[in-house]
Design a protein around this ligand. Structure first.
Ligand SMILES: CC(C)(COP(=O)(O)OP(=O)(O)OC[C@H]1O[C@@H](n2cnc3c(N)ncnc32)[C@H](O)[C@@H]1OP(=O)(O)O)[C@@H](O)C(=O)NCCC(=O)NCCS
Length: 163
């Protein structure tokens, strides 16, 4: 039965390979340290064993509404506003194309809704690694930010409807 929990030292970080070295290295070397220091939080998907099927990392950020589409930007004050950032998302090569990416993204959206309930954030932002990753996020209602083709966001209104 798949489960999503906070990354801990019992998980097999060294055995994880999503095909993107930078993401593998982050999981192995940085994710737990950042968790301890309060910089970000990493959650892993497992089948209950130490093997990591996938992971995602959330952190907080500030965004400028001036960068948004005009219709959206004018509904917000002009200063920097709080948001959640999906800093990393990856599925192990062996586990890809089994909807685990979708499951992890759904959990990230749910956790963004919890954060919004407690502290207030305007949405979930992600920097897609490349065009294929961008296409993945667009499937789930993420909106494009003008002139920043790889930056996408899911407004809090959408998150509250789905989470
Ligand atoms: C991108 C990634 C997270 C997708 O995970 P996954 O578990 O393979 O994807 P899922 O099985 O949940 O796919 C859900 C849907 O998205 C589609 N999809 C998956 N990867 C896609 C991609 N790269 N581009 C476009 N669509 C994609 C699938 O086809 C599926 O839709 P379908 O059922 O209609 O075919 C995974 O391929 C990965 O970790 N890649 C390497 C790391 C990476 O690029 N991370 C993104 C960082 S921004």
């Amino acid at each position: 039965m798949p489960e999503i929990t906070i990354l801990d030292k019992g998980h097999d970080r060294a055995g994880f390979d999503c095909g993107v070295p930078e993401l593998n290295t982050f999981l192995k070397a940085t994710a737990r340290q950042h968790g301890k220091k309060g910089i970000s939080r990493t959650f892993v998907l497992t089948d209950g064993s130490p093997t990591i099927l996938g992971f995602f990392t959330l952190t907080l950020c500030e965004v400028s509404p001036a960068a948004f589409p005009a219709t959206y930007a004018r509904t917000y004050p002009a200063h920097a506003l709080p948001a959640v950032r999906l800093a990393r998302l990856a599925v192990s090569r062996k586990a890809q194309k089994q909807r685990f990416g979708e499951l992890l993204l759904t959990e990230a959206v749910y956790r963004t809704a919890l954060i919004a309930d407690q502290a207030g954030v305007i949405g979930l932002f992600v920097d897609a690694k490349n065009e294929t990753a961008r296409q993945f996020y667009l499937r789930y209602g993420f909106l494009e930010i003008p002139e920043q083709p790889l930056k996408l966001f899911l407004p809090i209104e959408t998150i509250r409807k789905t989470a």
